[in-house]
Structures are given as structure tokens and as C-alpha cells.
Design a protein around this ligand. Sequence first.
Ligand code: NAD
Length: 429
Amino acid sequence: MANPMADESRRFVGSDEKNPFEAMSERFDRAAQLLGLDADLYAVMRVPSREIKVYIPVRMDSGHIQVFEGYRVQHNFARGPAKGGIRYAPDVNLDEVKALSAWMTWKCAVVNVPFGGGKGGIICDPSQMSLGELERLTRRYTAELIDFIGPDKDVPAPDMNTNEQTMAWVMDTYSMHARHTVNAVVTGKPVGLGGSLGRREATGRGVMFTVNEAIKLHSLTPDKTTVVVQGSGNVGGIGAELMHAAGYKVVAISDIFGGIYNKNGLNIPDVLKYLHANKTLEGFAGADRVGNSELLELECDVLAPCATENQITSANAGKLKCKILAEGANGPTTPKADKILHDNGIFVIPDILCNAGGVTVSYFEWVQDRMGYFWSEAQVNSRLEEKMVASFSELVHYSEKHQVDSRTAAYMLAIDRVAYDTRMRGIYA
Ligand code: NAD
């Protein structure tokens, strides 16, 4: 079969640097071209398998009905059920959900867990909604998707602004329709309802495991490594806390309103306690205030963007002063920035590996739910470490073998695996 990518005109170059689906497509095309992916597989893998749009009527506390727009995109099922989070935010849009669902396909393939990719989102502002409104929104969204999700079809999980409580509501609503408890329909649940020990910390822990490997390539040890973290939520906050406990010197951390910096290192447990109590980092003693963009440009060994997309673009990539970029967030770097980072010799731990600890332990949770037999936290953490270290090593070897940067290597490795399994199934023959 002819290589469709031999024709440069078919190689996608995004016009909007900050459109996540364009960013995904640009990287996909580059990797597909280098792999010589055949035209049929290229056509199948480049687009989502299914895009679902729902309008969700919710009775608000005021007594009025408000209709919310929501999505579920199932990108690929070649290697197993779709898997991916549900995001609640005012700026959710279809292109973002499509990109996030494709990244899940590639992420699951990079760490070799038997899932495809999916993602969901609802346009809403959860900070302005009561718990009751959020519950009704979640239950109605789940009911709309009832035919499309399930342990063997598509297994949602939390993402930005959704949590264990949200997953418990999804699980309960699905179970009401199934007439029995189906805990494997979602992951990231409360432990008492079939959640896995270690799941809450898994993404941040996975970030640390990959950083542990990356610093070895730079002949660094944790005690000699300075770290800057953007974001102090599930990924950034927990990642920073675990790195602090492992001896890293975390010199700066932020939330959406800005950050704090101390070149001698921050006491992260105290910072998080302060943030929890005050809902802001402002006023934390013994540290200077830094803005979010300034924070990214601080001198450090490891910069870990763990907040949201498009933080490192062609506008600021040249100003980064880190040696290693550990992408805890999904899509924090644009393709234009990739080239600048590469030219400046910054080693990137790509998001589809760096933050894959979450989906890896989600896989463990799904396995435990289906077995009805639960593992100790130590077992979960050591199996996670084994997976992350092995995947990091595979990625570095792949990148050396094919003489490509780590991001391109991650896409190539993932696309190669999905393509192989698609071909073996023969479903598109
Ligand atoms: P979260 O809501 O718990 O935390 C997000 C943090 O980022 C908060 O501190 C918030 O204040 C900050 N933030 C949000 N927008 C920002 C902005 N524009 N500038 C600076 N800071 C900002 O979310 P999370 O679960 O930690 O997810 C963070 C990122 O990691 C997202 O890209 C998400 O898709 C990705 N991710 C999360 C998981 C997971 O298991 N939670 C797994 C894989 C990837």
C-alpha cells in the first residue's frame, strides 16, 4: 500500500496553534509519515470512531431548567474498551474532547494497557453550581450515555473538576439501569465502592517515576534536582508532595491565580495545607509571589506543567530554563513549541507517557473490580512503578533507534501498536 504521507500536501499543519485537535493531528501525521503507515490504517486511526453530543436538562436550585451541552468522544477501540476522563469546565469544546480522546488512545498504547481512548466533557461552571445541581447534571449525562458506556464498551474516569464523588454518581446511575451494581463502569471511584488504593495519587506518582528515570539521563540525583510545578491539584499538588518526600527540591508551585517561589525549596506539605485552608497560595510565608507565566521561565532542572493545555507555546518556549520538561498535564506544549524545545536541548517527557500513571492505576482498578479481589496499596504502587519505568525505557530506546525526539517516539510507538492490533483484528479489511 502506498504511503499516504509521502505526499507532503496531506501532512497536516495546524493553522491555530492552540487548537488541541490540530496539535494532536500534526503530531500524528509526523509520526505516521515516519512510520510509513499505510493509507487505510491512516484513514481509520486519524479520526474518532464516535462523537456523541448530548443536551442535558437539569433542574437548578432556583426551580428553573437549564440545558447543558455535553460530549463523549470514543476515539479508538482496537485494543479494548474506550477509556478516559470526564471534564466539567466552561471552556470545554468538541475539538478539545476529540484531542483528549485521541491522546487517551496513544497513552494507553504507550504504557501497553488494553484500552482504546475516550473522553467526555460538559460545558458548565462547577464552581457556580451546588452539589445537588452537579449530581443531577452527572446522573442525566450518564443516563444519556447509557448505551455507549460500560465495562466492555467505554470506562470513564475523573478529569478536571470531576472527582470520586462524580464517579460514584455515574456508577450508581449506570447500576440503576443495569439493575445490579456495576462498579467496573468507571474508575477513580471511592475505595469503598470498588475504587483502587493508590488511584488518587497515581498520576502524580507516575510523573515522579518518569522524572526519576529522566534525571538519571542527566546524571542528577533527587537531592541535586530543583523542580518547578505548575498546578497544585490532583496531578501537580500530589506530584510535588511525592517529589518533596523523595528528596527533590521543589522551588516553585502555582494554582490558576499564580505561584510562590523560594530558591532554597518549599515545604510542600505545608504549602498544600495552607492552600487547602485559605483557597489561595497568596500570603504563604517564606516565599515570593510569581505569576504563572513567570513561573514557567524560572531556572530549574525539571519543569512540570500540571495544569492545563497550551502553557508552552512558540511565544515562551525559547524562554524556558529547565533541562527536563515533565508534562503532567495533557497537551501543555504546542507543536510549534516542540521544535524550539528540541533545538534548545530540553528533554521532554511527553504527556502521553508522563501522566499515564492515572490510566495505569485505572486499569488496575478495572481489573480489581472485575476480579472482585483488591490489592494492597504497596502492590498497586510497585506495579505502577514497574509499568512506568519499563515504558520510559522502551520510549528512550525507540527514540534512539529511530533517531527522533521523545514526543515523536511516543506517538510512533503508540501508533505502531494500535496499527498492528487493528491489522491483526482485520476489522477494517
Ligand atoms: P485539578 O483540577 O485537580 O488541578 C488543576 C490545577 O491547575 C489547579 O491547581 C488549578 O488552579 C490549576 N490551573 C487550572 N487552570 C490553570 C491555568 N490556566 N493556569 C495555571 N494553573 C491552572 O486537575 P488535575 O486532575 O490535576 O489535572 C491537571 C491536568 O492533568 C489536566 O491537563 C488533566 O487532563 C491532566 N491529567 C489528569 C489526570 C488525573 O488523574 N487527574 C490524569 C492524566 C492527566
